[in-house]
Design a protein around this ligand. Structure first.
Ligand SMILES: Cc1ncc(COP(=O)(O)O)c(C=O)c1O
Length: 362
């Protein structure tokens, strides 16, 4: 038997540490598995077929059409946006730029965010492992009251909690001296009308990406929105190399943004998949599965387990990979399951869950 990799340490979707062919159902990454967006594929193919020469010179200015498409989509002027290589690049740049202001992170959060801002403060859930929306909002309020920069994802990776945009904006209004950096990587997959982009506040920075929602994570493109002219120009200065985005990525990602109907249809399918997943996780883990409930329709679910490793091992022996977390560095211990999107994948997972030895799920 191939040794089970320490999945606490590797990123979702990275199966390189498993034996070749061992994993048949990858539930460790939370992209839209119904993608890639058909319009993105069409646009990429068209570019390659009709204007391959466009790939030859450096793609000067190729980010403008992407910014325009995103601005259109979000209903804000393109002048309030900066383009980068996914939310990741903005997190890297902001972690460097804001170092002197000791940003705080509301935990748990995305692994890379926790790593990049590890020099700052953390607002962790209390003794209870189950975080609540009220608890997360209270920590956000406390952090905004006493820190000059606060970072969080909404919806939260890994728990799937989604704080109401109105509450987030009113916290920004209440604490204008503090800057909030809000990572909305998954907001489009949670539901429509949940973005805070365009809010009438100057102390909010929102990070968005086309990768996960449209199933094109391999294209590296995203935007940062803020009304803070000062921060926007600082970030732009940090990111001013003339061929920032890949032309092919920008073309595909801009086209994906036109695929609103497709996004809506796949979002509904994802929510249905997530509800099915949740039923099976409840059966498998009983009260030990501290799931977030029906108010959190996102396509992934977090199960709190003090020691996730035996479950992860059992699942991988049955061909299923998941993302697990230990109790350190701002994480909470447990497993994040992305929802299987086919009956076959679901059957493989359910078989693995049904054969979980009693003691392993404890
Ligand atoms: C919460 C969150 N933010 C940001 C990212 C990075 O995404 P990208 O750089 O593809 O936009 C991820 C990826 O897993 C994530 O989960």
């Amino acid at each position: 038997m191939h040794p089970v990799p320490d999945t606490v340490r590797i990123q979702g979707g990275d199966l390189r540490a498993y034996a070749a062919g061992q994993i048949t159902v990858d539930l460790s990454i939370c992209h839209n598995p119904y993608g890639p967006s058909p319009r993105a594929i069409e646009a990429g193919m068209r570019l390659l077929a009709e204007s391959p020469g466009a790939l030859a010179p450096p793609p000067y200015g190729c980010e403008e059409p992407y910014l325009d498409a995103y601005a259109d989509r979000l209903g804000v002027p393109a002048t309030e946006l900066a383009a980068g290589r996914g939310v990741t690049e903005f997190l890297i740049v902001l972690a460097r730029l804001l170092r002197g202001r000791r940003p705080a992170v509301i935990t748990p959060d995305y692994t890379h965010t926790l790593r990049l801002f590890s020099y700052g403060a953390q607002y962790v859930p209390g003794q209870a492992v189950l975080d609540t929306d009220i608890g997360r909002l209270t920590r956000l309020r406390r952090a905004m009251a006493s820190q000059s920069v606060v970072v969080l994802s909404n919806p939260c990776n890994p728990t799937g909690q989604c704080l109401p945009p109105g509450e987030i904006i009113s916290i920004c209004t209440d604490f204008p001296q503090s800057l909030m950096i809000l990572d909305e990587e998954y907001v489009d997959l949670h539901g429509p009308g949940l973005t805070t982009v365009g809010a009438d506040v100057d102390n909010l920075v929102v990070l968005r990406s086309t990768g996960k929602s449209y199933g094109i994570v391999g294209t590296r493109a995203g935007v940062m929105w803020t009304r803070s002219k000062e921060l926007l120009s600082l970030v732009r200065m940090e990111m001013q190399d003339p061929w920032r985005l890949s032309l092919l990525d920008a073309v595909m990602a801009a086209a994906a943004l036109q695929d609103e109907q497709w996004l809506e249809g796949t979002r509904n399918a994802l929510h249905r998949d997530a509800a099915r997943l949740e039923d099976h996780l409840r059966d498998a883990f009983g009260p030990r599965a501290r799931l977030q409930g029906p108010d959190h329709p996102l396509h992934y679910r977090f199960v709190h387990l003090p020691n996730p490793r035996p479950v992860v091992e059992h699942l991988s022996e049955h061909g299923v990979s998941v993302r697990s977390f230990g109790d350190y560095g701002g994480h909470i211990p447990g497993i994040r399951f992305a929802a299987p999107s086919t009956d076959e994948q679901l059957a493989t997972l359910v078989h693995a869950l049904n054969t979980l030895p009693e003691k392993r799920a404890a």
